[in-house]
Design a binder for this molecule. Structure first.
Ligand code: NAD
Length: 443
């Protein structure tokens, strides 16, 4: 079949087809159908029960998509040493994390503390009636609303969590008729999205039901419109703070270079505090560490990404998430992150590699996992800013990238060894690696 360059035909009932039929349909769009099927085959697990497990995670699964799982040892966090699992494709991230871990392991390590664990969700409603009447209705029925969720919250309450507050918020200055039930939650060791959404949908249904029976309301006011009920991934009160500090003069080999380094480091972080172009890349570096652990621990990285960047813009301008200072001869570097993550629920007990990662970390609670993730973010940020203000980012980055280029160019083990030696003192680029290989191969 001639390749149709992405303009595929509509297909109906696709999700109901067998997996083999789905693969046959999708691979017909490739120039070499058999080769395309072979790739899917190669990336499917030979053990059928294992493969079935992965197929059940999503709809229309045709194979597995691999990311490398690396480990970064020597993280001293609150006086405990742990090895952090990281699932990531970017070549320099695990190496940078491991370097930063080792660097701080002899300087007191990382300090981590939880500042809050509150999650948030809203029932978004439209009410075109009398605001004072709505407020009276809400106050009169607030406890009934909460009581109506008891069957859903029973287990969570027995663990010490549940709904912690419900308020009615008047948003009509921003949008005509728009009010919210703003609901706060403690979801213990769960990220909580499904739990929160279930509670919100129950609150919405009860709100509509109670409004229908509220006699002070007019006929129209009894019909409160529920637009949607959904958690928010903005969690500015579910926060973890991590930090490192040491006397400035012990940072590098000599006191002179240490002072110069610390001052430049602080300046680099200040630039990221006031310059959004730099702040975005600075925070991307933090997320290199954060996402890798979020993924390895089976958590929702889209939720974390959305919440973290919203938090970085909370003051009205997008800023660095980390801060660095020098005070009384001591260098301080810290990071505060909103992180809604779980150690139960979602994929955490289903995906074998996720289970493995949790065991490696010593089966952390959600609060401990928040601390580990934030530490990975701070470690990454430290390593990146350290390179930026000293050797430049490319030296370390391209050395790691060298292996990717060598693999792309199908270098043999002998060629790789020769290339690694050569590029210890020469700049790495696609062009220079190709030239070296051509040279070696011409001999
Ligand atoms: P979940 O639905 O699997 O629920 C967690 C379960 O763990 C609950 O049944 C709870 O009772 C149980 N549990 C056992 N021990 C617990 C403990 N110690 N603490 C707390 N709960 C305990 O998971 P969830 O956390 O409600 O939702 C997370 C999933 O929702 C993720 O997969 C996420 O991708 C997905 N999701 C996210 C969004 C979003 O972020 N916008 C929206 C919808 C779904």
């Amino acid at each position: 079949m001639e390749r149709n360059k992405g303009n595929h035909k509509f297909v109906s009932g696709f999700s109901k087809k067998t997996k083999a039929a789905k693969i046959a349909w999708v691979t017909q769009h490739f120039a070499e159908q058999e080769a395309a099927q072979e790739v899917l085959n190669a990336y499917s697990h030979a053990d059928t029960s294992r493969q079935n497990l992965h197929d059940d995670f999503i709809e229309n699964a045709v194979a597995n998509f691999y990311l490398p799982l690396g480990v970064a040892p020597n993280f001293l966090i609150n006086n405990k040493v742990i090895t952090i699992p990281m699932a990531i494709e970017e070549s320099s991230v695990v190496a940078a994390a491991a370097n930063a871990a080792k660097f701080w392991s002899t300087k007191g390590g990382f300090h981590a503390r939880i500042l809050g664990v509150e999650k948030v969700g809203h029932v978004h409603i439209i009410f075109d009636g009398d605001t004072a009447k709505l407020q009276h209705f809400f106050e009169a029925h607030k406890e009934d609303l909460i009581r109506s969720t008891e069957a859903i919250t029973q287990n969570m309450r027995s663990r010490g969590g549940g709904i912690t507050a419900v308020t009615l918020v008047d948003k009509t200055p921003l949008l005509a008729g728009y009010f919210q039930l703003d609901v706060r939650f403690n979801t213990q060791d769960a990220m909580g999205a499904n739990f929160i959404n279930s509670c919100l949908e129950q609150l919405a249904a009860s709100l509509q039901e109670l409004a229908k029976q509220y006699s002070p309301f007019s006929k129209a006011e009894k019909e409160i419109e529920v637009v949607m009920s959904i958690l928010s991934n903005y969690v500015p009160n579910c926060l973890v703070e991590v930090s490192v500090s040491c006397p400035v003069n012990t940072l590098l080999e000599t006191p002179e270079e240490s002072t110069l380094f610390a001052e430049k480091f602080v300046q680099a972080v200040r630039i990221a505090e006031i310059e959004p172009y730099r702040a975005v890349t600075h925070n991307k570096g933090i997320m290199n560490g954060v996402d890798a652990v979020v993924i390895a621990s089976g958590n929702d990285f889209r939720a974390v990404e959305a919440g973290v960047h919203a938090y970085a813009a909370k003051d009205g301008s997008y800023r660095s998430l980390s801060t660095a200072t020098i005070k009384d001869g001591v260098f301080h570097f810290s990071l505060t992150l909103p992180l809604a993550v779980g150690t139960v629920g979602g994929l955490t007990k289903l995906h074998p590699m996720v289970k493995w990662s949790h065991e490696l970390m010593g089966f952390p609670t959600a609060e401990e996992l928040m601390q580990i993730i934030a530490v990975a973010g701070l470690a990454q940020n430290f390593a990146a800013v350290k390179s930026l203000v000293t050797t430049g980012i490319q030296q370390g980055h391209m050395k790691m990238h060298l292996l990717n280029i060598l693999n792309q160019l199908k270098a043999t083990a002998v060629e790789k060894k020769a290339a690694i030696d050569y590029f210890k003192t020469n700049p790495v680029s696609h062009h220079t690696v190709t030239a070296l290989l051509e040279n070696l191969r011409a001999k």
